[in-house]
Design a protein. Sequence first.
Length: 182
Amino acid sequence: MYYIIAAVVVVAIIIFLYNGLVRARQMAEEAWSGIDVQLKRRADLIPNLIETVKGYAAHEKTTLEQVVELRNRAQGVPQGDVAARSAAEGMLSQALGKVFALAEAYPDLKANQNFMELQRSLEGIEGELQMARRYYNGSARELNIKVESFPGNLIAGPFGFRKKDYFEIENPADRAVPTVKF
């Protein structure tokens, strides 16, 4: 009789742990979907931005080509490769920063309504992307804790649950605290 009760308790614990792992994995995958949507929105705006800038800064061809090449590289990263996508998107963000810096050298471009609208749209997407990254990293953290901690690790391994990579800033300069001098 006690063996039956013990077996039922063990099975209930296994089911509880397994369902918790499934829930955590689904949250992380849903959170990644949010990042993916924002990255797609940003990627869709880039061709319009490049075309707008081309008309004003024709001799900045290498910068513009670099942005297009980095956009294509980021879009080509295999689904689920968070580390590679994070690195590719970081390089793309840096290149986009160079495009916006070009506007400072071209007052007509800076005053162009289409450019300004694209810049505002990209800034809005960056804000949404930042929130999506925080949500994804929090969901990945919760899954990783369940996968690594006892007794979840006893269930995670045999059932194929794996840790998720964080969507992190790859460029150490982006992490550095800016120095302010007066």
